[in-house]
Design a protein around this ligand. Structure first.
Ligand SMILES: Cc1cc2nc3c(=O)[nH]c(=O)nc-3n(C[C@H](O)[C@H](O)[C@H](O)COP(=O)(O)O)c2cc1C
Length: 326
């Protein structure tokens, strides 16, 4: 298996290299850049089903899908089948192409409320949530979980089977255990085993930063790969990986290009939130964006002091000019 068109339920996607959902990062501005950068599917930030139930304006805003932003999976989290079903219907009405159920979030606050990865400990409940969500929408429904809670535990076979039998149209498995949060080795053997026991596409996730790592996931039997942090700073990673796996030599994105894309992101973000909040909100992801860049730590520090789009742009253009002279 390698790069190819893929069908999730009735939805055909142009390729099987996807953007992972990332809270605080995968907003509309970032998703647009990733679609432009070749992603076969993008995902939104997880939205609380409970908040939608209580008509939170902020959560409804997060569901919003712009016209040019397809195909998109809108991810919801919660622990009550009925509330999740209602949230899915709202997401469908807002323009989602796929509903993704979060059963992978390791954050303590989310676990304490019985949501996210806590659903991995309750396969029956997870199955009931999938069944309820499937009933409430016409679009495909997917679910994302992890291989297990701890390093040695493998829950992915049982959960994959449960998800498939409950009607999930595809499954994303993050190959790290909950205990590892977002770091450490990805267990390709566990992904391989889970992929072999379900007929629906199993999308592998975790640590893909290059074509070689994507190839490993495909070789482990994954029908697609989903990329998280490596897309921040380089939303063109999707087309780079696809091109390389297709046998072409792809030029790797340099530091200046990453900073130029950051400027584009800030402009889009400012269109969404205004020239002040667009920059302030970008502070959440700036660490990911500048990680590994020459002079990135200093640039990050100065970025945190920027108060509006023009100031931020001037700082970043200065970096590009300086970098050119080196
Ligand atoms: C800042 C951040 C926010 C995230 N938010 C979500 C989320 O809302 N929903 C989700 O399913 N996973 C979330 N994740 C996990 C990613 O989707 C992905 O599974 C993880 O980063 C591993 O992939 P990577 O190694 O390619 O980054 C988040 C990860 C990060 C770093």
């Amino acid at each position: 298996m390698t790069v190819r068109k893929i069908k999730i339920g009735g939805l055909e996607l142009k390729n099987n290299v996807f953007l992972s959902p990332m809270a605080g990062i995968t907003n509309s501005a970032f998703r647009s850049l990733c679609l432009e950068g070749g992603a076969g599917l993008v995902a939104g930030e997880m939205v609380s089903a409970e908040s939608l139930k209580y008509l939170s304006k902020k959560s409804f805003k997060m569901l919003k899908v712009s016209p040019g932003e397809h195909p998109i999976a809108v991810q919801i989290f919660g622990a009550d089948p009925e509330t999740m079903a209602a949230a899915a219907a709202h997401a469908q009405a807002a323009g989602a192409d796929i509903i993704d159920i979060n059963a992978s979030c390791p954050v303590k606050k989310i676990l304490r409320s019985g949501c996210g990865a806590m659903l991995m400990k309750k396969p029956l409940l997870l199955g009931n949530i999938i069944i309820a969500v499937k009933k409430s929408v016409k679009i495909p429904v997917t679910v994302k979980f992890r291989v297990g809670f701890t390093e040695k535990e493998n829950l992915s076979d049982l959960l994959a089977k449960t998800a498939e039998e409950s009607g999930a149209d595809a499954i994303t498995v993050h190959g790290r255990p909950v205990s590892r949060m977002h770091n450490g080795e990805v267990n390709l053997d566990f992904l391989n085993k889970a992929a072999s026991i379900v007929k629906v596409p199993l999308i592998g996730n975790g640590g893909v930063t290059s074509a070689a790592q994507a190839r490993e996931m495909f070789e482990a039997g994954c029908a697609g790969v989903s990329i998280g942090r490596a897309a921040v700073s380089n939303p063109r990673i999707f087309s780079e990986i696809i091109s390389e796996l297709d046998g072409n030599i792809s030029e790797h994105t340099g530091d200046c290009d990453k900073v130029k894309t950051l400027i584009r992101f800030l402009v889009l973000n400012s269109e969404l939130y205004g020239e002040v909040y667009g920059v302030i909100r970008a502070r959440k992801l700036i660490g990911y964006w500048l990680k590994g860049l020459r002079g990135g730590a200093e640039l990050r520090k100065r970025f945190m002091e920027m108060k509006n789009l023009n100031e931020a742009k001037a700082l970043l253009l200065q970096y590009i000019e300086k970098d050119k002279r080196l």
